[in-house]
Design a protein around this ligand. Structure first.
Ligand code: SAM
Length: 300
């Protein structure tokens, strides 16, 4: 029989999140009072951060990219997964020093990048396979998501905490109140699944809203359409969501003909059109512009 006494049990984590000082102590030691302007609502319960990290799915050989590590609760949990490396992007300099103990304990698996995540392309930080896992600052959550969705095939998955109202919009279906531009763009590029909700009391300080973890993976065969045209069409349609499309799409030029071409009733409203319908509209606009670029945006 092989002697395995020196080997760690197969379930032993590579990194023990509890071996470091409690997060409350870290916050007190470094005077890390939460700044509302940076969306700072911290998760201090390591069982909860562990649940979020595990909900990202298998991490073996994956680089986990976290936006906004703050005091490091989720960062520790990510280090306890099989992820090869963790790269955390933090804008608030106060946390860089506070995270040094975690960097040391991670023995080369954790790097902190001091930057505004809105200006960082995560693809430049790590080769594939990579996944983003983050308790997002809610004030910039939507622009961050849109940036990643445009290139979602570059990621194994995105596992992200949003305020519940935004999460509802990401997965909303046509005909519902929450269905809008964000639903169309998200579901065009991704399969989005709500995993679980968290009440305000799960955070320190508690936000005013409920929160939801959403898991997103690239759609295998997204409807063909150009990102910028899809953005324009959905902006025009939902910019006047109560109006009929023949009216709201006027800025695109000859809206009636456009709608007829793709088989959407000119009296339909944006909230009745599914992702395939918007992609068809975007393709028709694109085809028209390719055929007669000089006439783009002219009145019908
Ligand atoms: N991950 C920590 C947790 O779960 O306890 C903190 C999450 S807190 C909701 C959001 C974090 O994002 C804060 O640490 C904040 O400083 C950081 N942050 C805010 N805006 C940012 C930006 N534009 N780029 C990078 N980090 C940002």
């Amino acid at each position: 029989m092989t002697d395995t006494t020196d080997l760690p049990p197969p379930s032993a984590p590579r990194f023990d999140p509890h071996a470091l000082p409690p997060l409350r102590e870290v916050i007190a030691r470094f005077g890390l009072d939460a700044k509302k302007s940076l969306g700072q609502n911290f998760l201090l319960d390591l069982n909860l951060t562990g649940r979020i990290a595990r909900s990202a799915g298998p991490m073996a050989s994956v680089t986990a990219i976290e936006v906004g590590p703050g005091p490091g609760g989720l960062t520790r949990a990510l280090l306890a997964t099989d992820a090869t490396r963790v790269i955390a992007i933090e804008r608030d300099r106060r946390f860089i020093e506070a995270l040094q103990d975690v960097v040391d304990a991670a023995q080369g698996r954790l790097s902190i990048v001091e930057a505004d995540a809105l200006t960082v392309d995560p693809e430049t930080l790590a080769p594939a396979p990579r996944a983003i896992v983050a308790n997002l600052p809610y004030n910039v959550a939507t622009p961050l998501l849109l940036g990643w969705l445009a290139r979602i095939e570059a990621y194994v998955s995105l596992t992200l905490m949003f305020q519940k109202e935004v999460a509802d919009r990401l997965v909303a279906q046509p005909g519902s109140k929450a269905y809008g531009r964000l639903s169309v763009i998200t579901q065009w590029r991704a399969d989005a699944r709500v995993l679980f909700n968290l009440p305000p009391r799960a955070f320190t300080p508690p936000p005013k809203v409920d929160s939801t973890i959403v898991h997103l993976t690239a759609r295998a065969a997204p409807e063909a359409a150009e990102w910028r045209v899809m953005e324009r069409v959905t902006a025009a349609a939902f910019g006047q969501r109560r109006k009929m499309l023949r009216q709201s799409l006027k800025s695109l030029g000859n809206a009636e003909a456009l709608l007829e071409e793709v088989g959407i009733a000119p009296t339909a409203r944006a909230e009745e059109v599914d992702v395939a319908g918007f992609a068809a509209l975007a393709r028709a606009v694109q085809a028209r512009e390719d055929a007669a670029p000089a006439q783009t945006h002219q009145a019908p």
